[in-house]
Structure formats: structure tokens, C-alpha cells
Design a protein around this ligand. Sequence first.
Ligand SMILES: [Zn+2]
Length: 492
Amino acid sequence: MIFRGLALALSALLWVGCTMETVPATGEKRFLGYTWQEESAIGKQSSKEIAALFGLYRDPQLERYVTEVGNRVLASSHLRRPGTAEEFRNTPVTFTILDSPVINAMALPGGYVYVTRGMLAYLNNEDQLATVLAHEIGHVAARHAARQAWQQQLGQGLLLGGALIGQGVLGLPAQNLLNLGGMAAELLFLRYSRDDELEADQLSVDYSSRAGYDSRQAIRFFQTLNRIQEKEGQGMPNFLSTHPNPGDRIQRIRELTAGQPPEKSGTAASARYLNAIDGLVLGEDPRQGFVEANVFYHPALRFRFPVPRGFKLINQPAQVVMVENQKRAFLGFDGSGEKSLESAAARFLKQSGLRVIERGPMRSGQFPAFAVVADARTANGQVVRVMVYFVDYRGSIYQFVGYAAPQAFDAFRGIFLQTMQGFGEIQDARILNREPVRLALETVSRPAPFDDLLPKSLPAPFKPEEVAILNQVDLKQAIEPGRILKLPTVRR
Ligand SMILES: [Zn+2]
């Protein structure tokens, strides 16, 4: 988590029209919601929101590697073929790693392809990475987002969602997250139709095999996703939950790849891939903040605050949002960007549409603070009561924003204050120095069943079965010497 002023304002005010547009993946015309120019504009704007929502995983070597594999697949895609219109061929495509443990890959319209570090951990060789990136390039080339936009009238919903509460006026941090009102979020959780997914799979086989990859490796990866899904259920948004039944997709890829030469052993491509992800952070990264015993800790920024009981905490790169279970109250936290309590409070107070009820100096332990309670009218005319609390933490001004409907506010006032006044410095070295779990590579030296090769103790929360899935093997499977295993470890 890094603090930057977060502005998820919906700036691309695009109404969904209906135009006959060329689709590079087929060369045919389809009814779409956006022109290619509009798609590129939406992608550009949304890519900034994605970076703010998830954070980017900074590992220059790994970024270069993913881009290299992505470009190789891209070069054999419809977006770069000689017969394709220049409009598409001249559109740059970027490949970005998101700092999220969720297993996902996605593409924004206009050429922004993302893969999470969670996804990279579960892939086992370069061919698998190529098929995942090729699938996403397929969505871009077939213009599936624009087709969905036309079919679902996506843009109108976005406009209403973005206007719900005056984010721009009040700087209320929770709003976009709660309604997922940002265009980027809408696009991320966009459910493509079954036909669109199957088309992207077919394009994935086409692009990755033309680029010299073994596209059947997609089958192994889908089998892995299937195992994860069986273990964890449908609870989280991942590559599978927004996609058709993996069994059907595996069957389809088998059919599409039937004519190809037998599966390559792929050892070189596997070693190259595994070396690229050596040291990758696995699961949640505690350095970016974590909750333990109802306290939120941010070791990198050295602060903590209590999380109210009955609130769910969502930790994002630029803000922390706490939502009451019944969504009657919201409490957000982020950096104010101001240099003093006075300037932070002044900036808040000079906004129009505020009716200030009380204001005054406060304290969070040794740190000076300033609080304002006010009623504010939102863009759609609704009134909310807000408590804004600025705290001066060694020269950095952080802000809490708690709000609820005026009639519900008194019930939450004390709860908000407990968190705000409970803000303090982390002293405990065990919290400050907490390291994430990372992938470490180990070459097998003797033939043995997989579970015999695991270390005696695995870092929490990893269990042997999960490590087997991570390596795309069964627990009792015989492993040959020379094979490289991915093991979760904590650096000391
Ligand atoms: Zn897809």
C-alpha cells in the first residue's frame, strides 16, 4: 500500500451508442458499443484506476520477461497481421503485473493486458503464460468489451454509479469501492458471454501455437484452476469464476489442438519460466498492511489503528476502507496530501454544500489531530453526516472519513472515534519486520513421492495439498530428479 491522492472519478463520460465496427480477430463487422478510438480512451483511463486499485508488482526483470512473452504472442495475433487495418496494428499493447494474490488475468479494451502475481505463481512454464496472455489478447482483438458494452448498455450504468455520491466534492473514499462504480472495476468484473470466452480460447490456441508455444499447456493450467476452485469454492473473483466450465474449455482446447505434434516435455521453457518467478511474493503481502486481532498494521508506514467490530476491511494501495456489515456506515483512511492539520481542515471546510455541526482539536495518543462533523449533500441530493478526522503523524497528515445517514450517525460516532483516536505508531519489531511468503526454487536430487520432498514445516497458511497444486502435481506423485519445485518460504 502506498499513499497517493486517489481520484477514481469517472472522467470518461461515454454514452454507449451502437455502431457497426470492424473486429480485427475476424475481419467481420459486428454491432459494438464503442469505436476503437473510444475503446482506447476507456482503456487508457481505466488503466490508471487499475493501478490505484491493485498496485503494480515491481520486479523489473519479471516485467521484462512477461512483456517479452506477451510481445511474442502479440506478433502472431490478429492485431499485428498484414491484412489488419492500420488503426489496430498501430495500437500499442502493454503487459502489466498487478500486485494481487488473486489468481486472475484480464484485458482492458484498447490493448492493456494484466496478469496478477497470484496467477504467475500457479503457472508452471512459459507455454502456460503464453496461452493466458494470448487469451487476453484474444479478448482485445475480438473487441469483446465493446460487444458486452453494447449488449449490456454498460456505459449508462457506469454514469449513474459514478454520480451516486459526490466523490469529487467530499473526497469520500469509500464510494467507488462500494459500488464498484469506477469504469475499471466494471470492466474487470465484466462477465463475457460463454461464446466470447470460447472465442478467446480459440484465439489463444491460434496465437500461442503460431508463436511457437505448446498451446496444449493451457489444459494443464485449467486443470490446476479446477483444483483450486474445488478447494476454495466460488467465493472469489478469479480467472475461472468469470469464465465457462473448465471441463468444457479443456475439451474444446483438446479438439482445437488435436492436429498438433505430441506435447513437448518443455523442460527448458519451464526452467526459464521458474527462474523468472523465483522469489515471487505469495499470498497477502504483510508489508502492505494486514489485520491481526482486530488491529490494522501498516509496517512500511509504521502505523496501526483498531478496526471496528462488525466492519469488513478492504486494503487497497491508496486507501483503506472499512464497511459496516450491513453497509450502514463507512470509514475510510488515506493520506491527505496536505502539509499541516490546518491546511487539511481548511481545504475540507471550504467545500460548498457543507453544513458544519462541530469542529475542534483532538488527539490520537501523542499525535495532534483535528476533527470536523458536518452534513453534506451528495450529487443526487441525499444528505450524509460525515466525521473527518485529520491526524499529524510526524509531519504526514492522514485522514479518516466516517459517514452514515444523519439518523444513524449517533450510533456510529463512538465507533468511528475509537478507531480514529486509537491511531498510533507500531513499536513491535515482530510486526515491523514481518516478511511475506515467497516462492523459492529447489531442484529435486532423488526420486521420491512429492510429499516426501516437502520441508518438515511450511509457512502459514500453506498446506502440502496447496503446494502440490502450486506445482501441478498430486501429493503422492513420483517426482524425477532434476525437476524444479516451487516451495513457499519466508526469508530470515
Ligand atoms: Zn476470458
